[in-house]
Every structure is written in structure tokens, then in C-alpha cells.
Design a protein around this ligand. Structure first.
Ligand code: BG6
Length: 482
């Protein structure tokens, strides 16, 4: 592993993302020994003029999160590594000062010169990415002769449509090479999302079944049982398709649908993702249902006339040998009846069925990403007893039971560690991002222009009933033909 100084610079240090996700992830990495205090320093950078201690106090409360097992001494020790620098996002002075602080720390960590690693985490709105990247490029690059690197980590939204995303990509691309840019999609850090490649390609069971001959439809579903809660302003500009479907669900879709990569090298995996994205056919209006929960517009930051969907079901169809005709039903919604993210692979009915299994439901393979990670296969078995009757049961792998005592790392923890290690497998490549926007841009423009309107649905419901009808119809047509 690389050694030498490691500086992690969190830009937007006093914002929500930094407090809730970035710093807690860094803290947990620290507790597990991945951020050795003799090598690491963490800098918060933001516009607010506060002291080191004020920043520490602001983040302290968020560090433990759900894991109260870490002792409070750890928190204090960790916070000692955190320093604050204030400055604007487009001023030379701020970034010159930041560079000075980083260099001072690099010298202080060792009497001799050492290589320097600089990780810039942009917990900022994308509108300032170009200027921040320019400043980093100009004033804050690692220039040690002894090696090291400079990397930038960026968060979605990466643009609002194809053109704006391409513009952003080229602005950043002029300043940094692709291996220096880490585009986070935190779904790629989830345990069961990372498991998808293993499941699909390390199990003989699935290899022959994973295609149009056997699979009727695939559903990738995201539900939240709360609304936009204080993020109405941001959300209204983006909507559920840009917030969840175009990135999180589409990444899951890629891993379910892509072909086997040549190897586990990040470039090989991402090549396959791009290919499957490029094979997606244009989305048809009649294969989309949009919804908006009642009360969404009551948020003072949301305009009364808002046309923004908080729910969407979109069917994707892949034009290739494996998947022709199989609907991939992507569904996401806020303020629904439960909080859940899962993948449901529904198999076709058994041909020439002699047991009347159809009544009980079909074979299904479910991967639950959250809550309570699990995967289970629904299958038909004989009802135990003297009668010859059948019943649907499950082969169940529930992580809580099977891996008792194992802490599943948080997505951000894993992904930040990858950025330090230089592993880009779980990050979105530029051409992948472009292909993702190509799929959704025409639909998004129709919604933005008011050509498609969301149907109101009640908070705490399943979403618009049209969405269930669309899913049912798509799988019926697939099985029975028109
Ligand atoms: C974020 C979205 O990317 O993901 C949020 O902006 C959403 O709207 C969140 O709530 C969901 O993440 P998770 O990990 O809780 O499923």
C-alpha cells in the first residue's frame, strides 16, 4: 500500500452532506485503522468564518451515527486530525491558504520529504465544481517529486440533462484526467449492490437462467416513507428521475443486465456497463407513470404549480440477444408506504405445469438492498403432509441471521476508502454518465416542458395505481403476448 502523507480536504465542510455522510465515514475509517494519525490530516474548507473547534463541534454529534460502539475518546482523537480553513470557492487567496496548510502538515508529518496524497472531496453543489476544480488545479496540486497524487471526488447531480452533464464533464475534464476523478454514486457502495457481480458470475445456478428465455421481468424498486423534508428546493429542480432513477437505480440495472466483464479490472467492468446502457431503447411515453404526492407543494420552497414528479415508474428495454423483450421496471418514489430498495427478478411460468403453480405465484429471486440486507428465492414446494399439494416457500439468506456480528460497512465508508486506494471500479466513468443521460434526457425534457404530468397520490400509499397496472401489463404482455 502507498504510504506518505495523506490529506483529505472536505470542501463544503459545514454542509449537510459533509456532516451527515463524509465526516462520519472518515471517522469510521479512522476507527478501523485506515487513516493512521501519523500520516493523515483532514481539512474542512467552506465559506463560513469559524474556528477549528467550531467545525469540530458541528460535526461531533454526527460521528457516531448508529454505531455507538466507538468510545468517545476515539471521537476526540479523530477530531484532533481535523482542521478548518475558510475561503470562498472561487478566490485564489482561499486556495493558496489551503495549499499552505496542506504543505505545512505534509512537512510536519515527517522530517524528510515524503510523497503527498491529496484527496479533495467536493461536498458542494455542482454549480461550483468548475471553479473549485480550477482553483485546486492552479493552487493545490501535489507537486512532490517523490510521487503521490491528487484526486477529486464529486457527488451527483452531475448535470440536469445530456448537454449540461457533458459541459460539466468537459470543464472538469480539462483540468483533471479521468483516473483523478471519482464520481460517487453511493448505491455502488452498498453491500448487496457489490454482491451482484459475485452472485451473477460466480454461481452456476444463475448462468444459464439469466436471460429472456427464463426471466419474465426485472423490477428495481426504491421506496421511501418520507417526503422531501427540507430539501424541497433542491428536489423540485431535479425530481425523482434525476434524484434516484438516472443514477442509483440505473447503476443497479447495469449490474443486473450487463454481460460478464473480461476481468474484475475497473475498466473492464465499466466497459460492460456502458455497453448495456447503449443498448437501451428509447423510453416510450406509455411505459412511464409519474406521480406527485399530495402535500408536496405545501413546502414553502416548492412552487405551487410544480410539475416535478416525486414518483416514477419507467420501463427500460434492452435491445440485445440476452434481453430482447424483457421489461426492466424501474420504480422510485418518496412519501410511500415503506422504506425499501430491492431487485426482483421474476421468472417465467413453468411450461406444461401439472401442479397449477400459477395460482401461487412464480419463481422469483429477490435481492433486498435495504433495510435488512437479504436475498431469497421464492419457489414452489410440496406442502408437507399427506396430501399432494403445493405451496410457495423461500430459500432465504438473511444477512442478520447468517452474518451475525458482522458490521456491514456504510456505502460512503467503502467508497472513500476506494478513492484513497485508487480503485475506480465503484465509480461512474465519464462515458457511462453520458450514456445514462442519453437514456433519460428526452423523457426529462418532456416532463420539464409540461408535456407529461404527474398523477397525484396519497402520502403513505403505494403511489399511483397506474404504476401497478403498468408493471402488471408489462409482465403479462411478456408472458402471454399482445
Ligand atoms: C440520495 C437522494 O442520493 O439518496 C435522496 O438524493 C435519497 O433523495 C437518498 O433519500 C437515498 O439513499 P439511501 O442510501 O438512504 O437509500
Amino acid at each position: 500500500a502507498e504510504t506518505g502523507c495523506l490529506s483529505i480536504i472536505v470542501l463544503g465542510a459545514s454542509g449537510d452532506l459533509a456532516k451527515k455522510k463524509t465526516f462520519p465515514a472518515l471517522f469510521h475509517l479512522y476507527c478501523q485503522g485506515f487513516l493512521p494519525p501519523n500520516e493523515v490530516h483532514i481539512f474542512g474548507y467552506a465559506r463560513t468564518k469559524i474556528s477549528d473547534d467550531e467545525l469540530r463541534n458541528r460535526i461531533r454529534g454526527y460521528l457516531l451515527g448508529e454505531r455507538s460502539s466507538s468510545p468517545s475518546e476515539d471521537v476526540s482523537e479523530f477530531l484532533k486530525l481535523v482542521k478548518y480553513v475558510s475561503g470562498s470557492y472561487d478566490s485564489a487567496e482561499g486556495f493558496q491558504l489551503l495549499d499552505k496548510e496542506i504543505a505545512m502538515h505534509e512537512i510536519s508529518k515527517s522530517s524528510q520529504e515524503v510523497s503527498s496524497r491529496r484527496l479533495f472531496y467536493l461536498a458542494l453543489p455542482p454549480s461550483v465544481y468548475p471553479s473549485v476544480c480550477r482553483m485546486i488545479r492552479k493552487y493545490c496540486m501535489n507537486e512532490s517529486d517523490l510521487g503521490g497524487w491528487t484526486r477529486v471526488v464529486v457527488e451527483k447531480p452531475f448535470g440536469k440533462d445530456l448537454d449540461s452533464a457533458e459541459l460539466l464533464s468537459s470543464q472538469i475534464g480539462e483540468l483533471f484526467d479521468e483516473p483523478q476523478i471519482y464520481r460517487i454514486d453511493h448505491y455502488l457502495g452498498k453491500e448487496l449492490v457489490q454482491n451482484l457481480l459475485v452472485l451473477r458470475f460466480a454461481n452456476r445456478f444463475f448462468l444459464p437462467l439469466w436471460n429472456r428465455d427464463n426471466i419474465d421481468n426485472v423490477q428495481v424498486v426504491f421506496r421511501e416513507d418520507f417526503g422531501t423534508e427540507g430539501r424541497g428546493g433542491y428536489f423540485d429542480e431535479y425530481g425523482i428521475i434525476r434524484d434516484i432513477i438516472q443514477n442509483h437505480l440505473l447503476q443497479v440495472f447495469c449490474l443486473v443486465a450487463m454481460e460478464k466483464p473480461v476481468s474484475l479490472k475497473p475498466e473492464h467492468i465499466r466497459d460492460e456497463k456502458v455497453k448495456v446502457l447503449q443498448s437501451v431503447l428509447p423510453i416510450k411515453d406509455e411505459e412511464v407513470v409519474l406521480g406527485q404526492y399530495e402535500g408536496y407543494r405545501d413546502d414553502p420552497t416548492v412552487p405551487d404549480y410544480s410539475n416535478t414528479p416525486t414518483f416514477a415508474t419507467v420501463i427500460l428495454r434492452i435491445h440485445n440477444e440476452r434481453w430482447e423483450g424483457v421489461p426492466f421496471i424501474l420504480k422510485a418514489g418518496k412519501a410511500l408506504n415503506s422504506r425499501k430498495a430491492e431487485i426482483r427478478v421474476q421468472f417465467k411460468d413453468v411450461p406444461g405445469d401439472i401442479f397449477k403453480c400459477e395460482k401461487q405465484g412464480r419463481n422469483e429471486f429477490v435481492i433486498r438492498l435495504q433495510p435488512s440486507e437479504a436475498m431469497y428465492m421464492k419457489l414452489t414446494v410440496k406442502q408437507p403432509g399427506l396430501e399432494m399439494s403445493t405451496v410457495q416457500s423461500e430459500l432465504d439468506l438473511s444477512y442478520k441471521q447468517r452474518y451475525q456480528g458482522v458490521t456491514i460497512p456504510k456505502a460512503y465508508e467503502r467508497l472513500i476508502l476506494d478513492t484513497i486506494r485508487g480503485d475506480q471500479q465503484h465509480f461512474v466513468r465519464r462515458d457511462e454518465l453520458k450514456a445514462a443521460w442519453e437514456i433519460f434526457t428526452p423523457l426529462l425534457h418532456r416532463i420539464d416542458n409540461g408535456e407529461m404530468k404527474p398523477t397525484p397520490y396519497q402520502q403513505g400509499s403505494r403511489g399511483p395505481t397506474e404504476a401497478d397496472e403498468l408493471s402488471a401489463k408489462a409482465s403479462y404482455v411478456q408472458t402471454h403476448g399482445y
